[in-house]
Ligand binder design. Structure first.
Ligand code: ADE
Length: 431
């Protein structure tokens, strides 16, 4: 395993590829607005400023370039890191945020909303050219590139973190195949990440994305949620809260049972396709909505994806079924099928919440990114004792994030009495 190389020379030149630097002042205001709802990260940032846990460390970060991510970057920079940031999805960048990161905060950033696939990978490569010692990834594209086309850059990488479910699944597959070359902490698996970000963040921001680009009324519609993981649970709950009749589709019997007992109708997609008005996929798998489903859908059905990759909806199959196609509104592609009905695809099947809205609210990203910052600090202290595997966020850090968030929200909790501590530690006391 690599060890930490000599500290990087001071950052002399910022490198970047962003849409328009004149957007920077607007971006700064937005970053500050988000920062005001990220008190836990602000505390960590202040601590990092004093303790410099990332001093001289070169970080490559592949994350959605949002105002919340900008606040994470500022905390890492305050901790002593030099950063190269790129987008983790071609449609999720906020251009004014990217501009501000460069022009207002001096952070190398490579991200443009709507970039093509070639440009997307060119931006990831630009962060690899930063010769990272640490990677911070969301969806594993950066780690995959390092382990395939840029193995030359692997020797200096000592550790990394991964933000999302899909990325963690990939990393576990890499570790199982014995190809993962450095330890990675699965930030997604922290309780203070997935129970809040995946559930409440995705629940709210997915509906926000659907509503912003369609102006559809959720009340009274039949809303099909494909996948009942934490993200699906959150979306079903919020759609129900707005008055939708929610149908859940699942492949896992336990999760399907949970959805039934949470009060939703559960059925195969083949059945749901005939009755749904709005469909959202959040499964992490491919081909969840495909030819036979599009053919069965009602006229005007809306389909969107909120899973990490744009493979959940089989877009080539939809295109093949269509005899005509037009952009009805920004982020809404209307396909007229040969059966005479239309199906509306939102945001090219990419993450609807980040493409058509602003991603999760800052208040929930506060916890996710506090975990990222603390995991980075932990890994830089511990990497020599770790193997080339996927590790959880240590429980004490997860708990620290929960405590700090509660404090910031002004919520107090009870503490165990000495008798209760003793009772929990014992086994002999009965009724
Ligand atoms: N993932 C989902 N929402 C996000 C946000 N606001 N910023 C960064 N990553 C996200």
């Amino acid at each position: 395993m690599a060890t930490i190389a000599a500290p990087a020379p001071p950052e002399t030149q910022i490198k970047y590829d962003v849409k328009d630097l004149s957007l920077a002042a607007e971006g700064r205001k937005r970053i500050e607005w988000a920062g005001a709802s990220m008190p836990v990260l602000a505390l960590i940032r202040e601590e990092f400023r004093r303790t410099q846990p990332l001093k001289g460390i070169r970080i490559a970060a592949c994350l959605h370039v949002t105002t919340e991510t900008a606040n994470l970057m500022l905390a890492l920079k305050e901790g002593g890191a030099t950063i190269a940031l790129c987008a983790s999805n071609p449609l999720s960048t906020q251009d004014e945020t990217a501009a501000a990161l460069v022009a207002e905060y001096g952070i190398s950033t490579f991200a443009i909303k709507g970039i093509d696939s070639e440009g997307y990978y060119r931006h990831i490569l630009a962060t690899v050219d930063h010769q990272p010692q640490f990677t911070m990834d969301d969806g594993c594209d950066l780690v995959t590139l390092l382990h395939t086309k840029r193995q030359d850059a692997l020797a200096e990488v000592i550790a990394g973190t991964e933000e999302t479910t899909t990325g963690v699944i990939r990393l576990r597959a890499m570790a199982k195949d014995g190809v993962l070359r450095y330890p990675v902490v699965a930030v997604n698996d922290a309780l203070t990440k997935h129970m809040f970000d995946n559930r409440y963040g995705t629940g709210q921001s997915t509906l926000d994305g659907v509503i912003r680009c369609t102006n559809a009324l959720i009340a009274g519609c039949t809303f099909v949620v494909a996948g009942y993981g934490w993200c699906g649970r959150g979306l079903a709950q919020r759609a129900h809260g707005m008055g939708a009749q929610v149908i859940v589709t699942e492949i896992d019997p336990t999760k399907a049972l949970e959805a039934v007992m949470d009060g939703y109708r559960v059925m195969p997609m083949e059945e749901a396709a005939k009755v749904g008005d709005i469909f959202v996929t959040l499964t992490g798998n491919k081909g969840v909505l495909r030819k036979e489903h599009f053919e069965a859908m009602k006229d005007g059905a809306i389909v969107a994806n909120s899973g990490h990759f744009n493979v959940e909806i089989d877009i080539p199959a939809l295109e093949a079924l269509a005899e005509a196609h037009r952009t009805a509104r920004p982020f809404v592609e209307e396909y007229r099928l040969r059966n005479g009905r239309t199906v509306c695809l939102l945001a090219e099947g990419r993450l609807i919440n980040l493409a058509a809205a602003e991603g999760h609210p800052a208040s929930v990203m506060d916890m996710s990114f506090a975990n990222q910052a603390l995991a980075a600090e932990y890994l830089l202290g511990e990497y020599k004792n770790l193997e080339q595997k996927v590790y959880p966020v240590p429980e004490h850090l997860d708990q620290r994030v929960a405590k700090l968030k509660l404090e910031a929200m002004g919520v107090a909790v009870d503490v165990l009495t000495p008798e209760q501590v003793e009772y929990l530690a014992g086994w002999s006391e009965g009724t």
